[in-house]
Design a protein around this ligand. Structure first.
Ligand SMILES: [Zn+2]
Length: 285
């Protein structure tokens, strides 16, 4: 049984600041020189390992990790990573470029996720703050967890586990009809504070949830949105919205919202990523 592990960082055990996630990128040069970031990377790796241990105990046999946080995509500490895991790292990596996902993986784990933009939750955002204010799919606000799970769903792969704070776990339960297994590792008090469980407790929760998740592969449905699928993105800067609207087939509401409608989630995902790259381009003043 093959598991694709998609890893973010903000939702890792113990993490409460963007510094621990490697931001700001360039206060002292190389983010590797930021000791808070090094600590955050180790905490993240511990969460991944707990998920792998639980999954192996339930019968999973191989793991590919997709390191998807930040701009360098090299967050997990390889020296400390469970030996059953292959890591895809380096930038930029796009999930669907990993090959024919539908044949390769039986399920997806989402590790260390954060709540969507606008929530009263630790480091809540969608893809980029402060550039993107909200992303909606078929009218529903979504975060990165729903976006990744829907991309997996496009390939017929169920997302069976999420770890992170209490808010993102609740969000994904709501988005999956309560199907997904969750491991809450901390409780958000605000966007910048959380009550963090001891690592031993958090990781035991992750182990147990991963075990349950693997046992339920085949029972949990892939996340899908009904076609045609409409993507709406609210930017904070109307000039950026205007630039994005130059993309063919993208509509502009004349203010700060752009939208696109596709026949399937893969085309919607590609449109969203192209919008994101325009929004974060260094060509913007
Ligand atoms: Zn992140």
């Amino acid at each position: 049984m093959n598991i694709l592990i998609s890893v973010d960082m903000e939702g890792a055990s113990g993490i409460v600041t963007s510094r621990e996630c490697g931001y700001p990128r360039n206060p002292v040069g190389d983010p590797e020189a930021n000791p808070d970031y090094l600590a955050g990377r180790r905490w993240l790796t511990g969460d991944v390992n707990a998920a792998v241990e639980g999954a192996i105990n339930a019968g999973a046999t191989s793991f590919v990790l997709h390191d998807s946080h930040g701009l360098n995509y090299r967050n997990v500490v390889l020296d400390e990573l469970h030996p059953a895991v292959e890591a895809v790292r380096g930038a930029p990596i796009i999930f669907f470029e990993l090959g024919d996902l539908s044949k390769a993986y039986d399920a997806v784990f989402l590790i260390a996720m954060h709540a969507r933009a606008g929530r009263r939750a630790l480091l809540s955002h969608v893809l980029s703050w402060p550039l993107l204010r909200e992303v909606r799919i078929n009218g529903q606000p979504v975060g990165e967890s729903q976006i990744t799970a829907a991309l997996a769903g496009h390939f017929g792969i169920p997302t069976v586990l999420i770890t992170g704070d209490d808010v993102v776990c609740e969000e994904m339960k709501a988005s999956t009809g309560e199907q997904i297994e969750t491991a809450v590792v901390k409780y958000s008090l605000s966007r910048y504070a959380a009550r963090c469980l001891p690592f031993s407790v958090a990781r035991e929760r992750i182990r147990e949830a991963a075990h349950r998740a693997v046992k339920r592969i085949g029972e949990i449905e892939p996340l899908r949105y009904s076609a045609p699928i409409t993507l709406e993105v609210d930017l904070n800067d109307r000039q950026v919205a205007w630039y994005i609207s130059w993309m063919p087939e993208v509509r502009y509401n004349g203010d700060r919202t752009v939208s696109y409608t596709g026949d399937d989630f893969l085309s919607v995902y590609r449109a969203l990523m192209a919008m994101f790259w325009i929004a974060t381009s260094q060509l913007n003043p």
